[in-house]
Design a protein around this ligand. Structure first.
Ligand code: ZN
Length: 141
């Protein structure tokens, strides 16, 4: 587990995720600004500061979040998978890794093999079953 966290440090994942999050948020606010301008003229609000435009802003930001969340989660799963690879290679303990994650799954009643669309939409980490299978493959290679 420590080796996994060290993998994040080695791969500079904190600055990477701060930077990617900042870029996606900036892009989202820019798109929201353009969309809100359109909504203001479409619904004849007085300006973007019109309180009546607030629900439109919330809908726009909600729609952007719905589109971008899977992308942010995919980026996160990619970096998490890299940290797992680092942990396996640096410690060489595939069996211990697999057994730790198996215990974690059992204690937390975590989903071992969730539906692919659930992973796509909501998972910031690879599913436990995938991580355990990777560790077992590593141990047997
Ligand atoms: Zn991690």
């Amino acid at each position: 587990m420590l080796a996994h966290e060290l993998g994040h440090h080695v791969h500079k994942d904190i600055p990477f995720l701060i930077l990617s999050g900042t870029l996606l948020t900036t892009l989202g606010l820019f798109i929201a600004s353009l969309a809100l301008d359109s909504a203001v003229s479409f619904f004849s609000f007085t300006s973007v500061a019109d309180i009546a435009a607030f629900p439109a802003l919330m809908l726009i930001l909600g729609a952007y979040g719905l589109l971008v969340q899977p992308l942010e989660n995919a980026l996160s799963r990619w970096r998490e998978s890299m940290a797992d690879d680092y942990a396996l290679k640096s410690t060489g303990k595939g069996e211990a890794f697999a057994s730790a994650f198996t215990r974690l799954a059992n204690q937390n009643l975590g989903e071992i093999d969730p539906e692919k669309w659930v992973v796509f939409m909501f998972y910031s980490h690879p599913p436990l079953g995938e991580r355990i299978a990777k560790a077992k493959r590593f141990a047997s290679s």
